[in-house]
Design a protein. Structure first.
Length: 252
């Protein structure tokens, strides 16, 4: 008899840690994945129904290693929360090339591989849920964060397509598209310290609660917050050439 678990990537901080807290509060058993052992193990201990799996999900073969570990522990993934990700602020050419490639590997590569690994079992059981964390960055090109915005456009498009492919089979697939949210994201991305990002940031726990509610309701796309919802409609109001110029003018 296998144990049904919720697998949460990037659970050592920010949105991922709040996903863990809120899923644990719903009585789910959790597998928490990230690189920082201390943070992950402390959270697993705090929650009681979770275990930590320390892994760099940006490395080749990481998804297969996660799935092997899950199987070895007699677990089956009932819900997958693909949350691990990071951004880099700066002009494409000035940012480190290998770091941008690592971003693509994590934000896209491992996310896709994990979906591919868990879906056959979900289809067999006729149930399951996948929440992929995209961003409002998914809705337009992002000069100043070109690679990051493009990874999130991929995640949104991919997730919507997956939603359609499996919705009739009892499997829920949702793209959560947060706007600025108070986590470690800005620090990792290298935002300057003028506080603009922080001032407009939502609370992580509110974004997570909205995302889990949307997943439960079987929605394809969830955008927390009225301003973010309106912003995501920008492409209806502005031609794409103007939209990218507006994004380029936004300074952190
Ligand atoms: N905060 C925002 O404004 C915002 C807005 C829209 C979308 N998002 C998206 O939300 C998701 C969560 O970000 P966050 O805001 O919560 O940022 P965060 O506080 O920096 O958390 C990122 C999480 O991802 C993990 N992670 C990073 N690289 C990893 C790797 N190579 N292998 C395994 N885990 C890794 C980190 O853990 P370790 O460092 O321990 O590995 C951490 O747990 C991301 O996909 C991000 O793009 C954030």
């Amino acid at each position: 008899m296998t144990q049904i678990v919720t697998l949460i990537t990037g659970a050592s901080a920010g949105l991922g840690a709040d996903f863990a807290r809120q899923c644990a509060a719903q009585g789910e058993r959790l597998v928490l994945v990230a690189r920082r052992r201390n943070e992950l193990e402390a959270l697993a201990t705090e929650l009681g129904t979770a275990r930590a799996l320390v892994m760099d999900l940006g490395e080749s073969g990481a998804a297969a290693a996660v799935m092997a570990d899950v199987a070895a522990n007699g677990e089956t993934v009932g819900t997958l929360i693909n949350n691990a990700g990071f951004g880099l602020w700066g002009k494409f050419v000035a940012l480190d090339g290998p770091r941008q490639r690592a971003m693509i590997d994590l934000n896209i590569g491992t996310l896709v591989e994990l979906c591919h690994a868990v879906l056959p079992g979900m289809l067999e059981r006729g149930s399951g849920a996948i929440l992929n964390v995209a961003s409002t960055a998914a809705f337009q090109p992002g000069p100043g964060m070109a690679t990051y915005f493009a990874t999130k456009a991929f995640v949104l498009s991919f997730t919507e397509a997956l939603h359609e492919e499996v919705a009739s089979k009892g499997i829920k697939v949702t793209a959560l598209c947060p706007g600025p949210t108070k986590t470690e994201f800005g620090e990792v991305a290298g935002f300057t310290a003028n506080g603009a990002f922080d001032k407009i940031s939502a609370k992580s726990e509110d974004v997570v609660a909205m995302g889990l509610k949307a997943l439960d309701a079987g929605r394809a796309v969830a955008i927390p917050g009225l301003v973010n919802k309106a912003g995501a409609q920008g492409h209806r109001l502005l031609p794409r050439w103007l939209l990218r110029k507006v994004t380029a003018s936004i300074k952190n």
